[in-house]
Design a protein around this ligand. Sequence first.
Ligand code: ADP
Ligand code: MG
Length: 263
Amino acid sequence: MTAQLEKPTAREALVRLSGVRKSFGDHEVLRGVDLQIDRGEVLCLIGPSGSGKSTLLRCINELETVDDGVVFLEDTPIGHIAEGGRLRRMRPRMVARQRREIGMVFQRFNLFPHMTVLENIVEAPVRVRREPIGEVRERAQGLLERVGLSTHADHYPAQLSGGQQQRVAIARALAMRPKLMLFDEPTSALDPELVGEVLDVMRGLARTGMTMVVVTHEMGFARDVADRIAFMDDGTIVEIGDPATVLGNPSHQRTRTFLTAIR
Ligand code: ADP
Ligand code: MG
């Protein structure tokens, strides 16, 4: 570890990446990423396939370990303990505890197929956090209301549309009361007519002040909801800024080329 151990200070950082590098074999997928995400901010991450967007999210919630650099959540280096100015890897149990602060929603809904909607949502808080089932069920009902599925608590995933399943997946992540929500192309696997209902739920979540990092190709959503948009290419953040600038008047040719290609 060569990264410095200085703590996040500017603005109100919830997450900060400092010099993050990640390789798979000799392919360097993240080439020294610096990024700060403020509390309550919605950051949309765009960029071509293979540019490292998913890997970046997976490094934030420690599904991948970084090769170099540090990811801070608040002022805690994720997966590491600071010791005499150096970083030491945390024990897996501690990593798991940290990861619970971060909710993640993937492209595929991966709900437990043998459990009802309600059971899917209460599973982690009850099993992992050992919270009382009564309380958690109540919270789960409230979350189902928020995602517009209060009448579907006893349905099984197979009885739901893809859009409904994805809304359950969001409710399930929220049931752990995360500080941060990561979304990895949450609408890419959906039929076009189901995309809107999921984006609406995410829009509502943004309004509650949830800190969100959203990898998406939905430029309308990014323009309306994001506080900032980051364009990623070939393992680096090429450009980051407010939506109007990044989408309307990007300063890099690579950003322009990408935006032209997806329109
Ligand atoms: P994006 O989400 O922007 O499409 P990814 O982060 O998924 O990009 O992938 C970036 C690059 O890293 C791709 O070339 C991909 O093939 C490679 N990659 C991702 N995960 C792995 C892995 N577990 N093993 C080997 N290569 C990987
Ligand atoms: Mg991806």
